[in-house]
Design a protein around this ligand. Structure first.
Ligand code: NAD
Length: 255
């Protein structure tokens, strides 16, 4: 028996990176998984086919999480094809760097729309389904930047900081429906969002200095914690942020 047998999971932005690793892990643990993507369908379709062949039914679903109508249609389709959603992973996210004084309103709005409004729309739509189903688990992929400043990424930090308080409020309000809400705050993880930095020796040298475990993290290492937070093993965990950052937020240098 897999750990998520009988559960229906929706993972957003799951065609690549951390979301892909989470959807894959959940499927191999017996969940019926909806693999959300925006844009290129191929990796999401391929993962859904692999999971279905491995035993648990899976579908790829296109939706831009920042659009409420698309989120509503996606959740309806998942419920009708896989059953009531009992696990949501809000993973979809974008980064757009700009110095604070140059950051334009369109970029600010785009980052907030995907990283924060998208998580809200999905949590609300799935939360309503979970309430009817008698409970569920919502896991948001925030970032160490739900706490730490990130130079020239004010919109990203504002969105991830907002996601921290969205999680805390939702955890308290939804507890009575048996819905748990938690965040995972990854540090530097080797995924497409960091494609330029992954090739850059200076970034690696910096990581070795500021990350106590002195390396990039892997998407599968984030998926491991997501599995715990989605499963009944974490039945008494809600309103929490779990760091998966090699110790980055505890880094300190002698003064
Ligand atoms: P990634 O770029 O591979 O994944 C982001 C995914 O979100 C992509 O598949 C993209 O297509 C999808 N997406 C973007 N906008 C979307 C939208 N409007 N609707 C639906 N999907 C959309 O990078 P990743 O590192 O796997 O990022 C996943 C999450 O992890 C993000 O929220 C990111 O902020 C967070 N995160 C990543 C790191 C890291 O170092 N990689 C660190 C901390 C937090």
């Amino acid at each position: 028996m897999g750990e998520l047998e009988g559960k229906v999971a929706l993972v957003t932005g799951a065609g690549t990176g951390i979301g892909h690793a989470i959807a894959s892990r959940f499927g191999h643990e017996g969940a019926r998984v909806a693999v959300n993507y925006r844009g290129n369908a191929e990796p999401a379709e391929r993962l859904a086919s692999e999971l279905t062949e491995a035993g648990a039914r899976s579908i790829a679903v296109q939706a831009d999480v920042s659009k409420s109508a698309e989120v509503g249609a996606m959740v309806q389709r998942v419920v009708s094809e896989l059953g009531p959603v009992t696990v949501l992973v809000n993973n979809a996210g974008i980064e757009e760097a700009a110095p604070f004084l140059e950051l334009d309103e369109e970029s600010w709005n785009r980052v907030l729309a995907v990283n924060l409004t998208g998580a809200f729309l999905c949590a609300q739509a799935c939360g309503r389904v979970m309430r009817e189903a008698g409970g569920g688990a919502i896991v948001n992929i925030s970032s160490v930047h739900e706490d730490l400043p990130f130079l020239e990424n004010t919109a990203y930090c504002a969105a991830k900081g907002g996601l921290r308080m969205l999680m805390r409020n939702a955890a308290v309000e939804l507890a009575e429906f048996g819905i748990r809400v938690n965040n995972i705050a990854p540090g530097p993880i080797a995924t497409p969002i960091n494609r330029e930095a992954l090739e850059d020796p200076e970034t690696l040298a910096l990581l070795r200095r500021v990350v106590p475990l002195a390396r990039w993290g892997e998407p599968e290492e984030v998926a491991e914690v997501a599995l715990f937070l989605a499963s009944d093993r974490s039945a008494y965990v809600t309103g929490a942020t779990y760091s998966v950052d090699g110790g980055l937020v505890r880094h300190t240098e002698p003064v």
